[in-house]
Design a protein. Sequence first.
Length: 194
Amino acid sequence: MRLRQEDVDQVLCVGDIADGHGDLTRTCGLLQEHEVTCVAGNHERWVLGETMRSLPFAHSVAEDALSRTFLASLPPTVRIETRAGTAMLCHGVGEDDMAILRRDTRGYGLQALPIREHQLDEELSFMLCGHTHERMVRALPGITVINAGTLHREFDAGFAVVDFEGCEVHWFAVNEEGVTPTDVEPLPLPRPIC
């Protein structure tokens, strides 16, 4: 496994475990077996509520007690301590699993997101999120946001290894040939709040 080669301290998952190609039971088992820190995304909410099941490759947990129990146990957010400060793991923005934050979200679009409380939280330095399927590192006033992208095969599949001590984000592509390192970019600290 590539993450063993990278000697990571912790593996994190920002949700949307359910739905899509693959075996949900096996996926949940692997996440538990490897003690991956996970939060719930909108797809977990949907599969547990039996909504949006007309989606392509939608899963069901009706007959799968193990997956249902695992997915139901996932919180919307988790805080973890890093060498550079506290990070919040979430799916969208904080507890809003449908909030969309992109590199180009500005002005009223940014103001409409539930991010202000996290920017003002003096104990929080980083937000690790997903939902958009787009990789991103973005320093905002009060918080730096990292989105590792997605493992979904119909998008630009990949993941990130965040080096909080060295202040770098290492990007990896995932495809049929395997895992390939693609890029390294600086991990900026949050910008000051004006």
